[in-house]
Design a protein. Sequence first.
Length: 464
Amino acid sequence: MKQSFAKKFVLPTVFIPLLFSSCKDEKAQQTIKDLELEITLLNERNTSLKAQYETGRPRPGSLTPEEAAALKQRISDLNEELQRLAEFETKCQLLERDLAASKARLAEAILLPSSRSSSNATTSAEMLNAIQDKNGTVISAVTNAVLIIEGDQSNGTGFMAKSGGKMYFYTAAHVLSGNTKLVVKSTDGTKYSKFGAFEYAEGADLVRMEVVDDVKHYLEIVDEKTDLPLQAEIAALGNGGGAGVVTMEKGRIMGSSGESIEVDAGIIQGNSGGPVIHIASGKVVGLVTHLTSARGDIWSTGTRQGEVRRFACRLNKAWSWKPMKIGSFLAEAKAMTDYDQTTRLCFAIAALEALTNGMRMDGSVGDGSKTVMNIFDENKEAAIVKSIIKMNADLGSKKMSTSEQDLKKQFKGVLGQAISLAKRSEDTMKADSMSWFHRQELKDSQEARKKALELLNTRIAALN
């Protein structure tokens, strides 16, 4: 009887490499590899035998019926072995998936609070998660712990939290910097005005003040030993846009370093100083800050608060807290503002062109957003500016009749006055006694001052 048993029992070899490539067990890999080689050889032999049995002319060395039966059984055994290995691989994949899920649940469990205070208690049936009710609204116990900061120069956010048995008001250093008057209040209308010791964190855009007032609602900061898993759901709460209300922006933790965490929540200006809360646990993991965005220049006037970035200072870290008087901190900011103003004035004076019929004051300065005259207007009460304006008016009205040589001499005197003014200003800045945040900003300011002095000296050298 003519029958192609080789065709009937050939193993589907396309299955072998797929199984081999997905298997992660080393012994199973080697077994599959050996089986692949053996079955390939057997299939090649079967292909040859197929032609013999179909033509009915067995060639020398062809299989006897007993050998054919044995070959059939061998191929069947191999198929069963491969099926067993496939089932083993599936079990391995399921175990790996369960292990990953267990690790994720463990990370979440570490962040979950063991209990909530009675004033913040909400039944699970009413809760969507640790900070929202079943309708998706942030519970009042959370929103009332987030504080709105209104300053005479800028607005921002803060929050109440306990640490070491004391109640503190936390915010970003740059939210307070530049203001001389501050109002701190919660969304329920409570105003806080009694504060104790002021402290800044060495190495972070982070400050806190001990709260003397009675506090009903406050947040819990995550433990220092807790890891912050990537992709964990978070919510950034704050006075977004400075509108005077607490808004929430959801997102996830996208990355972290020793000092900060990156989030993808839609943080905007006004959120600075606000809490970044782990949604599942309700604990604070970070504080919104623009720390990673260097100011880079001295040309932005008014508030020193820069553009808010999607980064937060991480709070599961043992920061070194340094005491300081709040008045001294705010005075540092004022000194920085005056320092930058003097530097801009030096740039403007270096950009002047002295002509016998007057001085050109329409040239751009710095980043091109201001002219010499713009900066003179900002410093119109400065003695050196009054002197330059009078000199320009006298030249224009011909009240000052001078030769080109005399004009160069007088203009060199103006440039020299600017250098002296800059050096006196430099002596007032004591970086060693400043808070960490202002020390970092001073680096940009001092670099700009160095460039301004170089320009003034270059102009003097050109007039010699």
